[in-house]
Design a protein around this ligand. Structure first.
Ligand SMILES: NC(=[NH2+])NCCC[C@H](N)C(=O)O
Length: 405
């Protein structure tokens, strides 16, 4: 199955991209949590068991699961000369500036990780200074560095595959991320969409080298011609303007409307998908906390450029216009304020729809889950004690590659 096809949030999911959390989580420390966008340190063994349960639940429901680490390994296996280019770029982007250290790290990775899969996983894990066995007598830096220090930082947010590149119809947005730590993650997307036989011909609507940031958690495919994008902590309006131009200029894309949802700018609601996701043809989950401040803008093509108009009226009515039928908004936490805030924090609104009316949810959000069941939604419930510590749910942990039309 070459290419990508995601023209909906809910049509039957056929192929999805995940990343199994790995040793990068072992390199989280209390002092680095904030910078690395975690709120606690997950217990890796259990996080992996939970993630495997997630992958298996998807497979049991007819979804093919592919892993980011495997796609990147295939790129390196099929293009032996790319290994060196990738490593050099990876080291540069890891902030290693001196020639001496660039060479030490290149040799360390290249010599100790001959298998491409091991190499890819190691780039995700990060490198501790103690691994490098440098001769401390000939460099002041080495001598004064703390005994154990990450010379190459880990990328613990990789298991949120939703964010660093996002499928839009038959194209992809390779994102420029909001944070330094996450911007490094998009290097895998750059190589996969340049070299992997399944993905190298996919039209690209955004580049990781752009100035303005945008993340996949803000991008929702409402249907083949309407896209919703959040204006949030992670996504700037300028990025949406640029994305809109590129999509409207792609003659093969049927998208003629982009709805920009302006949501509050804070960590709890970092992306649109933390407060709003589609779960059925006429149903969306929503965090009641956004209903007041939310404004929606409609972006359409005009001549060579775009036209922007602020929408007025209730969200249900705005959505009805684009979805083509009356819609129901189901509040996270069943409308109870404390339950809504608690469960939104643990991604109660962040569901992954695998077919209309069938969604994957975290077990811990039992108030929201009960409400969804009462509304006739079929739930695929996955364990979530450790995975949720990274602040992302089933939608954040998955990037659909193919949905049925
Ligand atoms: N699509 C999402 N809501 N992703 C959640 C990402 C969580 C991650 N720790 C971050 O702060 O970036």
């Amino acid at each position: 199955m070459a290419g990508v096809n995601v023209k909906s949030e809910i049509k039957p999911l056929k192929r999805v991209l995940l990343h199994r959390p790995g040793n990068e989580l072992l390199n989280l420390t209390p002092n680095t949590l904030e910078e690395l966008l975690f709120d606690d340190i997950p217990f890796l063994k259990v996080a992996q068991e939970e993630h495997d349960a997630f992958a298996q639940a998807l497979r049991d429901n007819g979804v093919e699961v592919v892993y980011l680490e495997d796609l990147m390994t295939e790129v390196l296996d099929q293009n032996p000369d790319v290994r060196e280019t990738f490593l050099k770029q990876f080291i540069e982007e890891a902030g290693i500036r001196t020639d001496r250290y660039q060479k030490i790290i290149f040799d360390y990775l290249n010599d100790n990780y001959p298998e491409n899969k091991d190499l890819v996983l190691k780039t995700m894990e990060g490198i501790n200074l103690t691994e490098l066995h440098t001769d401390k007598s000939n460099s002041l830096v080495d001598l004064v560095s703390e005994a154990s220090k990450m010379v190459v930082a880990p990328m613990p947010n990789l298991y949120f595959t939703r964010d660093n590149f996002a499928m839009i119809g038959n194209g992809v947005s390779i994102n420029r991320m909001y944070s330094v730590t996450r911007n490094r993650e998009t290097i895998y997307g750059e190589y996969i969409f340049k070299y992997h036989p399944d993905f190298k011909d996919v039209p690209q609507y955004y580049s990781r080298y752009n100035t303005f940031h945008i993340e996949g958690g803000d991008i929702l495919n409402i249907n083949d011609h309407v896209l919703a994008v959040g204006i949030s902590q992670r996504t700037e309006p300028d990025a949406i303007d640029a994305l809109a131009h590129n999509i409207f200029n792609d003659e093969t894309s049927p998208i003629d409307t982009i709805l920009a949802f302006n949501i509050p700018n804070n960590r709890a609601m970092m992306h649109l998908d933390t407060v709003f996701t589609q779960i059925d043809t006429d149903k969306f989950t929503i965090h009641p906390g956004i209903m007041g401040p939310l404004t929606v803008f409609e972006i359409t093509p005009e001549g060579e450029g775009i036209k922007v108009k602020e929408m007025t009226g209730k969200l249900e009515d705005i959505l009805e216009k684009y979805v083509g039928m009356p819609v129901e908004l189901i509040p996270c936490g069943g409308g109870d304020r404390i339950a809504a805030e608690r469960e939104q924090w643990n991604d109660g609104s962040n569901t992954l729809c695998i077919a209309p009316g069938t969604v994957c949810v975290y077990e811990r959000n039992d108030v929201t889950n009960k409400v969804l069941e009462e509304k006739g939604i079929k739930l695929i419930v996955i364990p979530s004690a450790e995975l949720s510590r990274g602040r992302g749910g089933p939608r954040c942990m998955s990037m659909p590659i193919w949905r049925e039309d």
